[in-house]
Write a protein that binds this ligand. Structure first.
Ligand code: NAP
Length: 491
């Protein structure tokens, strides 16, 4: 364990758990397999977890099923009070939770703290929203009938979550599911289970009843398949790659499960000539390099209109070169390590492919071996074209691709020339263009002159192969609810 991360250095060392949380009990994994949690910064083992067995996963499902009637039977304000306590405990333990996240995920401590606030925000927001889950009385189309629409919790749900946001991707799903009256089993990414287990500990302390929230750690394929194929699990919410999302959608068919999918992106940043150039550059740095580029909102393609192209490239490259890269726990670090060798190799491959095809490297360009094998320099490629891999594939790393464009029509066509449609960023001060381009972009989210638009009330999600459904806001409750129509004859 690295010297800065002794469990005893945490204010509350017991927040580190290597046991699974199943039906209100903390149990050692019974499978023979180990899940090694590795610090991506230096390769040190942070924790060893014995993976959950198939029997234990079944127990989690039956525990969630048994807990459902009582949980749904609580008043919304009672469920809300418990969620609010859970959020408050996250805030109380913000520093420890952030330290744990940086140890297993690698992101700078400042970003981990930001994620804990963001994650707690979902619990608090859905705590309030629980009390606003209303039905409807319809205007009858027959004279002697009265018609009602009721919304009911769907039952046992499951969440399969990625490593780039180890806490927020859990609370964004669990907040909505528990507020709606559902129970949940979470299968966190094998790379970042400690954040998930710490959340479970705080959920228990907040008074979430046994079986309502469960966390099992084990192989994604095995546990995922069991959750997808179980007839008792009525809805599954997944955040991760489009490739895995498609597997899960196929697996959901036999039980006709409700699925919510937050998948990959090929996010697009557009700077028109009339934008505020310095703001656009500063915001593009945020849009590209947050979470060291390992972010579904990362602007993988930055289109800049020709008259400001050279100035933008110069300023953006200079700002990129100033980013401080290093271990996440060091003061002032803005870029951490990538998650693993595969992620570094993908950045390297995208840079090599682009430069062979004519792109210019304006900053960075390769690995940073002195810092460690998972570090890659924040990189800027200019003169990127549609023939380069980086134009179509999500890099998921700190490589920015800049492309010039001439007209609004050209850039909208290029922006929409992708199978993805998660997020786009639009920089212009022309109100008419904001409406035109904002409506023409085939993306679930458009940030207009801002790189920062996420938070509990918004419908987060994408068009096309970026996913199904929306997470956050009142929209996401539908993923965890059934709509029931009740018709009464009153004649
Ligand atoms: P990933 O490889 O798809 O993994 C995500 C989760 O799925 C992990 O927990 C993984 O388990 C599990 N998994 C892998 N194969 C599985 C299978 N066959 N059945 C069931 N589960 C399986 O994605 P990632 O590399 O962790 O995350 C990066 C991707 O997520 C990017 O494409 C990014 O854009 C996307 N993302 C999207 C959003 C959004 O809201 N739209 C947010 C964040 C990230 P293991 O731990 O065992 O591998």
């Amino acid at each position: 364990m690295p010297p800065w991360f002794q469990t005893s250095a945490l204010q509350r060392p017991s927040l580190i758990s290597t046991r699974h949380y199943i039906a209100g009990g903390w149990v050692e994994g019974a499978s023979g397999d180990a899940v090694n949690v590795v610090n991506p910064c230096n390769g040190d083992i942070v924790a060893d977890i014995r993976a959950v067995s198939a029997d234990q996963t079944s127990q989690a499902i039956s525990g969630a099923k048994a807990a459902f009637p009582r949980w749904r039977g609580l008043l919304a304000k009672e469920r809300g009070a418990i969620l609010r306590r859970w959020a408050a405990l996250m805030e109380t333990h913000r520093e420890d939770l952030s330290t744990i996240m940086t140890a297993e995920q690698g992101k700078p401590l400042s970003e981990s703290r930001g994620e804990i606030d963001y994650a707690a925000g979902f619990l608090a927001w859905f705590a309030a929203e629980a009390e606003r889950i209303d039905g409807e009385v319809l205007a009858p189309h027959k004279p002697d009938r009265r018609m009602l629409v009721l919304r009911e919790p769907i039952g046992v749900t499951a969440a399969i979550t990625p490593w780039n946001f180890p806490s927020a991707m859990i609370t964004r799903k669990a907040g909505a599911a528990l507020a709606a009256g559902c129970t949940m089993i979470v299968r966190p990414a094998s790379e970042t289970p400690l954040s998930a287990l710490a959340l479970a500990l705080l959920a228990e302390e907040a008074g979430v009843p046994a079986g309502v929230f469960n966390v099992v750690v084990g192989d994604g394929k095995q546990v995922g398949k069991m959750l997808m194929e179980s007839p008792d699990v009525k809805a599954v919410s997944f955040t991760g790659s489009t490739e895995v999302g498609k597997i899960l959608i196929r697996q959901s068919a036999d039980t006709v499960k409700k699925v919510s999918m937050e998948l990959g992106g090929q996010d697009t940043f557009i700077a028109f000539e009339d934008c505020d150039l310095d703001k656009a550059v500063a915001d593009a740095i945020v849009a590209k390099f947050t979470t060291t580029g390992q972010d579904c909102l990362a602007a993988n393609r930055i289109f800049v209109q020709r008259p400001i192209y050279d100035a933008f490239c110069e300023k953006f490259a200079a700002a990129t070169a100033m980013l401080k890269t290093g271990p996440g726990w060091e003061e002032g670090v803005e870029q951490g390590p990538l998650m693993n060798e595969g992620a570094v190799a993908k950045c390297e491959a995208h840079v090599a492919d682009a430069t062979v095809k004519g792109a210019r490297v304006l900053a960075g360009g390769g690995r940073l071996p002195k810092l460690g094998s998972n570090f890659f320099a924040p990189t800027v490629l200019a003169d990127v074209t549609a023939e380069m891999k980086i134009f179509r594939e999500e890099t998921f790393g700190p490589v920015a691709a800049i492309l010039p464009f001439e007209t609004e029509e050209d850039v909208i066509a290029a922006a929409n020339d992708t199978e993805y449609g998660l997020a786009s960023y639009l920089y212009t001060n022309d109100m008419r263009r904001i409406w035109r381009a904002g409506e023409a972009l085939e993306y679930g989210m458009v940030g207009v002159n801002t790189p920062s638009f996420t938070g509990p009330p918004i419908p987060f999600g994408g068009y096309k192969q970026s996913g199904l459904g929306r997470e956050g806001g009142a929209y996401s409750l539908d993923d965890y609810m059934e709509t029931k129509y009740l018709c009464m004859e009153v004649a």
